[in-house]
Design a protein around this ligand. Structure first.
Ligand code: URA
Length: 453
């Protein structure tokens, strides 16, 4: 072949150069990012090289063009679902991760009861945060590993289905997510954006509501970082032609009162019965309101919230959950008899050493205490104990007397319970009796892109 005419053939991309260039803060080309994602997904690059690259990204960040190339490459590492056979709007919601966040369990059936199709692909616990799949699996028999044809069948039968990533959907994220979890490379807005958006855009949805958490239990502790992540995701979603909104919501303390897999399923069922803690109910209505707006069911969030409240009141949302649980092989009896869910053998209480007001709760420490109890994974290969967790009796802004109960620990191992008890005691900050503490706002901000109304 004559190489003297035209441009020379490009040099092959070498993994070590991609790592070095990112380490030195250079901007990678789309081709380099595509190469890295494709080669890692098919097992041609080892974990240790990708770990080094992920750490370089944590330290150096990615440009908008790199973030977009990474999201695209991860999205195209697998299949993109075509759900055009469903005439209703396909709308999902995704949270960036928190403690006690069981809103997905409420929202999927609630939005489906309102006429939307909700093809929800969720994740497992990451770091100190809980995962929707782990919660669902505490329902005896519930199968989160449906094939794509089975997923479609459940969607057709009840309007919502909740599964984990299949081998076909965003396989690059599946591998990268597990690697990030054990290499301290979770907290990068660019990696979180690419991870979430690649999965969500592969679902074949028309619209997406993002719940971006901020506070001591979120990956983005500072609100400005949560806003940055939200803007990144809204921009990425809009570029792909999706209707999208991000709510910046409070994760400075656990959401609701119950933390732990089966405990959270119980609390989600309570909300669908019209009960449950007020702030959890309120956040569910707000997120559902936005899902109905983006799905074209109503014109305003206020109308969407009213519609959501009616669907709970009438029992239609709870019926959707019952139907989905049954269709996915789960014991639907748990809906009326939550005691059929796994329960821990023992409980102990954590009591306040002083009288005063709960000034703050270190939310990450509560999440970590739940992991320590066995409700999450400390190592990749760890199993989950669905029964363990924490019930909070006092939240920030509440008054307390010395000796009263702050929270109850549900446990199966004495040694784990002792560690968790210590962490929980230290996580509560009780302020002086004379200084009442104001409750925080639940929704801090709403972020819509340039295409938004
Ligand atoms: N949730 C995800 O799906 N990915 C992340 O990286 C963080 C939270």
């Amino acid at each position: 072949m004559n190489q003297t005419r035209g441009s020379p053939a490009p040099l092959p991309i070498r993994t070590i150069d991609v790592i070095r260039r990112k380490r030195d803060g250079e901007e990678l080309s789309r081709a380099e990012i595509e190469y890295l994602v494709r080669a890692y997904t098919i097992g041609e690059i080892p974990d240790y090289q990708v770990s080094a690259w992920l750490m370089a990204v944590i330290l150096r960040g990615l440009s908008r063009a790199e973030t977009s190339a990474l999201t695209d490459a991860m999205l195209r590492s697998g299949d993109v679902l075509d759900l055009t056979e469903f005439s209703a709007k396909k709308v999902d919601k995704h949270s960036t991760g928190g403690v006690g966040d069981k809103t997905s369990l409420v929202l999927a059936p609630l939005a489906a009861a309102g006429g939307l199709v909700v093809p929800m692909i969720s994740g497992r616990g990451l770091g100190h945060t809980g995962g929707t799949l782990d919660k669902l699996e505490s329902i005896p028999g519930f199968n989160v590993n449906l094939s794509v044809p089975e997923f479609r069948r459940v969607l057709a039968a009840c309007g919502c289905a909740m599964i984990g990533q299949t081998a076909e959907i965003a396989p690059a994220d599946r591998k990268l997510y597990a690697l990030r979890d054990v290499t301290a490379t979770v907290e990068s807005p660019y990696l979180i954006c690419a991870s979430i958006m690649s999965k969500k855009l592969a679902e074949g949805i028309d619209a997406l509501v993002l719940d971006v958490k901020t506070g001591s239990g979120a990956f983005m502790k500072e609100e400005k970082d949560a806003v940055f992540l939200a803007e990144l995701m809204v921009e990425t979603g809009e570029r792909m032609g999706k209707a999208i909104v991000a709510l910046i919501t409070d994760m400075d303390q656990p959401l609701g009162s119950q933390v732990g897999n089966s405990l959270e399923v119980i609390e989600a069922i309570d909300v669908l019965r019209g009960a449950g803690p007020e702030e959890l109910r309120e956040l569910c209505l707000e997120l559902a309101g936005w899902m109905f707006v983006l799905g074209g069911v109503v014109d305003s969030v206020a109308d969407g919230k009213t519609r959501a409240a009616e669907l709970i009141q009438s029992g239609q949302a709870l019926e959707k959950l019952r139907r989905m649980v049954k269709l996915q092989g789960g014991d639907e009896g748990v809906i009326d008899n939550p005691e059929r869910l796994p329960r821990s053998r023992y409980t102990l209480t954590v009591n306040s050493p002083a009288s005063g007001w709960i000034a703050s709760i270190n939310c990450e420490a509560v999440g970590t205490a739940c992991v320590v109890l066995g409700g999450g994974r400390e190592k990749k290969e760890d199993g989950i104990d669905p029964a363990v967790g924490i019930v909070l009796h006092r939240k920030a802004g509440d008054a307390i007397r010395a000796g009263e109960t702050l929270c109850t620990v549900h446990y199966n191992s004495e040694a784990r319970a002792r560690r968790a008890q210590e962490m929980l005691l230290n996580s509560y900050h009780v302020a002086d009796e004379a200084a009442p503490v104001r409750k925080k706002m639940l929704v801090h901000r709403v972020i819509r892109g340039s295409g938004g109304k």
